[in-house]
Write a protein of this length. Structure first.
Length: 177
């Protein structure tokens, strides 16, 4: 079977995302449903995808897909400018996307209490070998993010660590080819 994740649109479903090299008569990668569902008294909406959303690349296509989904669900979208507030905590966020291929974004916050501290952000493989140093310098309070390119690494689990004078955090990420 060449396309195990193809979805046929039935019962009023609408094909929403197609594979570039597959005829839509065979099915779709995603289907939208709108209306009454069995055992329900109110109409509803559902989107069904035959693949994980985070595997849609490039990012521009994934963003376009998200905008179409938000429109389908009548979800208002707005963006606001980041405030100039200084973070109250030192924190390390989960990378996005995760799993990733080949790059991902790692974000962290440095509080005023930690301002001016030497900060290091490093990536390690599962054996504890350092594979990249992303940051190794003094930083002032604020929000930061850095792009990690894993294009020269093998698929697998990696860890990234953030260290300052009195803070340390570690997170896991997955490079999936």
């Amino acid at each position: 079977m060449k396309w195990p994740d193809v979805i046929k649109s039935t019962n009023g479903g609408t094909g929403f995302l197609k594979y570039s090299d597959l005829d839509t008569n065979s099915g779709y990668a995603a289907v939208l449903y709108s209306g009454n569902f069995p055992q329900s008294v109110k109409p509803g909406k559902m989107a069904m995808m035959g693949l994980p959303f985070e595997t849609v690349y490039p990012e521009a296509i994934r963003n376009e897909l998200m905008n179409k989904l938000l429109t389908f669900f009548n979800t208002p979208v707005s963006a606001s400018e980041k405030s100039n507030e200084i973070p109250s905590n030192f924190s390390l966020s989960q990378n996005y996307p995760n799993p990733f291929n080949p790059s991902t974004t790692i974000s962290w916050q440095l509080s005023r209490k930690h301002s001016g501290s030497h900060v290091s952000l490093k990536v390690y493989d599962v054996l504890g070998n350092e594979v990249a140093t992303l940051v190794n310098e003094e930083k002032s309070a604020g929000e930061y993010q850095v792009e990690f390119d894993g294009s020269k690494l093998a698929s697998g689990i990696y860890f990234y660590t953030l260290h300052s004078s009195n803070f340390s955090a570690i997170k896991k990420m997955i490079l999936l080819r």
